[in-house]
Each structure stands twice: as structure tokens, then as C-alpha cells.
Design a binder for this molecule. Structure first.
Ligand code: ATP
Ligand code: MG
Ligand code: FE
Length: 346
């Protein structure tokens, strides 16, 4: 069946159409610009923007696929984690559509969506694979077996800030625009990654071999910027050095996890997987270690509806139980299973 996926956990309203592992169409709207002057996403503004964007975005995704509502065989929607009000808008829309069309509804974990995004570009995930998920709110190293059937094992997580959060907050201190990640990436192009010796938090920690910590790095970058009070800030050097520190810790631990667990494939997903240095260093280190690297194309790294449809499609094809219509959002859902109602929940 054709699966329509809906994403509304943060400031992106996304819809995607997937059948049999193939992306047929997608559309995306963002309220990013409306948040820019506040320096971060304002939940109420995001929720209102979803209300406005949801119908046109769903319509556009179906148009893009050359399909109509009558062709939709299942609806998948993000139920968490994310902003409560923003999630509610997408879930209400998804429920309404599923009910009106008489098709099953699936509640999808947003982070499983990030993981599944890669399958739209590179096909089914090998079992097992190590997944580095690096986004605005999360940073985890996972051991993934069957994404929709098996529990997801966490090899490590961030103990404080997420990598994306570190980029976003440091960008603000550097005077770069919101969202900070892409701005740091751009600024870093002309900078020297060895200009500032920023720390590599938990890099060699025996107690936390696969955990991350980015709040100390954030503070170090802020201190460095403050140290230039009254003088011009060499932003490009700071950005390049910050990016190098983040990419170094992320890829070092991810490759070590593959080696220790005898896993031949590393998958890097989430918004920070769009970072040019994270991508190039992951490539370099995986090649040296004989590990196959998979990273989705840029537009599938950041939030989108296609990735939610991708999980829905996997659920449908695995014979998962659809969700009841009284399904609710879970703004802080832990990543244990890809769906709220996993295949033969165990
Ligand atoms: P989560 O998925 O954890 O709920 P989110 O959905 O807000 O959070 P994503 O959309 O996956 O996060 O990613 C957004 C994050 O990715 C932001 O922190 C943004 O700054 C970061 N990001 C996007 N592009 C880049 C880039 N080129 N370099 C570094 N960071 C980037
Ligand atoms: Mg976003
Ligand atoms: Fe996300």
C-alpha cells in the first residue's frame, strides 16, 4: 500500500509518500524564519504554523507523487519526541485522514524516522548496523537489528547537550544566524580547524566509551569568544575548530563501536549528519577501518515527512498492529522501538 507520512515535531511540517521502500513524493514547509528573531524555536509559533501548513503540504506531497487521497493505504505520523503542541497538530491531522479514508494509522518515533530516512536513499538497512544519530535534540550511538521488529539498543548517549544544540548555541555566541548548525558549517569553510584547541569531551573515557558530552565544549567556545571582547572575532577559525572537535568525537566513537561489536556498517543520520566535516571525517575514518558508511542526502538528514512515511511503510510490510485512534503524543518518548505499537510488541 501507499503510505502517507506526516512530521510536525518541531518547526518543519513535512509530508511524504512511500511505497515498498521507495519515495514517491514529498513536501516540506518550515516556520524557521519566524523563529529567527527569537534565536530559537518558539513552540506556540511552531504549532500555529503547522496548523496553516499541514493541509497544503499533504496535498503537495500527494501531487508530487501523482496520487490522490483515494490512493493512500495507510497513514504514519510522528507521535514524539518533540514539542507537544506541534506534535498534536500533526497527529490530529493524521488521525482525521486515517479515519476519513478508512485506512490504518501508525504512530512513529521521530528518531526512528531519522534512521529510516537512509533506507529511502540506500535501501534496506543491514542487520546489524551501528547508527550514529546526531540531531538538534539528540545524540546517540545505537545498535540496530531490525528497525521495526527489534528493540533498539543504546550503546551510548549524550550526557548533557546534543551536538546540534551545541552548534546552535555556540552560533548564537559567535553572532551567526539561526539555525546555527548550517551557519557554523558555512563560516567554517574559510577557517582553520586547528586554529583553536577545543576539548574533545569524553574522547578517551573508559567509563563512557560511547557516551558524549557537548556542554563543556559549548562553554569552551563561549569563553573563547568572550576572550575577544573589543577585538574582531575570528569567526571562521572558531567555527572550523568547533566543527572539527564535534566531528572528531562523533566519528571516533562511532567507528570504535563498529569495531568492538564487529559491525561492518555505520549509518549516520539526523540534522547534524548534514554537516560537511562530520560527513568527510566519517568517510575518511570508515574507509581506513574497512567499514561501509551510509549517510542520507542532505534533504533527508534534517526533519522531513518522507522519513516518517518510510517507517510507516516498514511497519505495514512487517505486519505491525495499527495504532488505535485514541493514540496520543509523547513529547519525551524514549527511543526503544520505532513505533508506539511495534510488531508483536515484546
Ligand atoms: P530531534 O531530531 O533531536 O528531535 P530536530 O528535529 O530539531 O531535533 P533535526 O531536524 O534532525 O533536529 O536537525 C536540526 C539540527 O541539525 C539543528 O541543531 C541544526 O543546527 C543542525 N544542522 C543542520 N544542518 C547542519 C550542518 N550543516 N552542520 C551542523 N549542524 C547542522
Ligand atoms: Mg528544524
Ligand atoms: Fe529531527
Amino acid at each position: 500500500p501507499v503510505v502517507l507520512g506526516i512530521e510536525s515535531s518541531c518547526d518543519e511540517t513535512g509530508a511524504g509518500v512511500v511505497r515498498g521502500g521507495r519515495l514517491l513524493g514529498h513536501a516540506l514547509a518550515s516556520s524557521m524564519d519566524e523563529h529567527a528573531r527569537y534565536g530559537g524555536v518558539v513552540p506556540e509559533i511552531a504549532a500555529r504554523a503547522h496548523v496553516q501548513a499541514l493541509r497544503p503540504v499533504v496535498r503537495e506531497a500527494l501531487d508530487d507523487a501523482g496520487l490522490g487521497f483515494a490512493d493512500v493505504g495507510a497513514v504514519a505520523v510522528t507521535t514524539g519526541p518533540g514539542l507537544a503542541g506541534a506534535l498534536q497538530v500533526g497527529l490530529a491531522g493524521g488521525k482525521g485522514l486515517a479515519y476519513a479514508l478508512g485506512v490504518p494509522l501508525y504512530g512513529v518515533h521521530h528518531l526512528a524516522g531519522h534512521v529510516a530516512a537512509d533506507t529511502l536513499a540506500h535501501g534496506p538497512l543491514p542487520d546489524p548496523c551501528v547508527v550514529l544519530i546526531v540531531s538538534g535534540g539528540h545524540t546517540s550511538l545505537l545498535l540496530v537489528r531490525d528497525l521495526v521488529r527489534s528493540p533498539i539498543a543504546h550503546l551510548g548517549d549524550t550526557l548533557d547537550d546534543a551536538a546540534g544544540e551545541c552548534f546552535d548555541k555556540v552560533a548564537r555566541v559567535f553572532g551567526l544566524p539561526h539555525p546555527g548548525g548550517p551557519a557554523v558549517d558555512r563560516a567554517a569553510r574559510t577557517g582553520n580547524p586547528r586554529a583553536v584547541a577545543f576539548p574533545r569531551p569524553l574522547a578517551g573515557s573508559p567509563d563512557h566509551p560511547y557516551d558524549f558530552s557537548f556542554s563543556g565544549l559549548k562553554t569552551a567556545a563561549a569563553r573563547w569568544a568572550e576572550g575577544h571582547a573589543g577585538r574582531a572575532l575570528p569567526t571562521a577559525d572558531g567555527a572550523a575548530s568547533l566543527q572539527e572537535a564535534v566531528a572528531d568525537v562523533l566519528t571516533r566513537k562511532a567507528v570504535a563501536a563498529c569495531a568492538e561489536h564487529g559491525v561492518g556498517t555505520l549509518v549516520v543520520v539526523g540534522g547534524v549528519a548534514a554537516n560537511s566535516r562530520v560527513r568527510s571525517l566519517a568517510e575518511e575514518r570508515c574507509r581506513a577501518a574497512g567499514i561501509t558508511l551510509r549517510v542520507p542526502p542532505l534533504r533527508l538528514c534534517t526533519d522531513n515527512g518522507a522519513m516518517i512515511a518510510a517507517v510507516g511503510d516498514l511497519l505495514v510490510r512487517s505486519g505491525a498492529e495499527p495504532a488505535p485512534l485514541d493514540l496520543s503524543v509523547d513529547p519525551s518518548a524514549p527511543l526503544e522501538y520505532a513505533a508506539l505499537h511495534p510488531v508483536g510488541a515484546r
